[in-house]
Design a protein around this ligand. Sequence first.
Ligand code: GLU
Length: 304
Amino acid sequence: MNYQQILQDIYEEIKPHADEGKQADYIPALAQVNPNQFGIFLQLLSGETYTLGAYDQKFSIQSISKVFSLAIALSILGKSLWERIGKEPSGSAFNSLVQLEYEHGKPRNPFINAGAIVVADVLLSNLDDPEQFFLNFVRQLSGNEHIDYSPDVASSEQSCSYLNASIAYLLKHHGNLHNRVEDVLHLYCMMCSVEMSCQDLAHAFAAFARSNEPFSYGGVTLSVSRVKRINAIMQTCGFYDEAGEFSFLVGLPGKSGVGGGIVAIYPSRYSIAVWSPRLNAHGNSIMGMKALELFTTITSESIF
Ligand code: GLU
């Protein structure tokens, strides 16, 4: 298959949509990003790679970090993690408070903000230096020692994270947050602020795509069965209240972030990362969704 030509054709086809949507601006630092950027990196597990556009430009990974933090928490707590967090799609916005109140402080899944805030709490309770541990894990996973936090993006988010603070206090009220709200939010915002390129993300997620091989990176060891479960949660919960649509259009497990990144995997075959900052109403990259839909359609390579 001529993947390079396919990526080029996809770009030509989606270009007319390049002005649709806008970048996230509820985090002031993200409003400064040039929205007119697009990059894609395809990593076949057999070793070949194919790229297009700004594939090596770093951007804010935001909620894509939730996959990394979940992997760490699962390696620490094992299945008892599911006593504090569910694993069902939420059907609500990523920062919704309503469902959390109805369900007495047990978040629906680890990829909505409430769930990821509980995951951050688990990391704080169990690791001596969670920030360093997280960074080291992500660096090992992607094979790039230069990956780092953006303290500016993190403090920009924390300075106005009123909804996430409300979520954290509600969790605290229900006894599902063991550390101080400020400390948990600080770690959560730091993890969201990590900057990676499409290349870094495709490399990192190749480890999840190799789902029938042992997973051991930076002190995080997961069984084949646990990697399978993380991939399953990506499939059902990776795109907020658009998880069904992504599954329908693209047919791959994946995760998006409001920085405009999307990463998806085809177990045992490839990982692919796309970035374009303009988002739709659900917080997912418009060009990214279209590119991946076309990619799995043209190649006939999706899990369905
Ligand atoms: N840091 C962002 C927030 O909590 C992450 C949202 C996202 O990427 O979906 O609002």
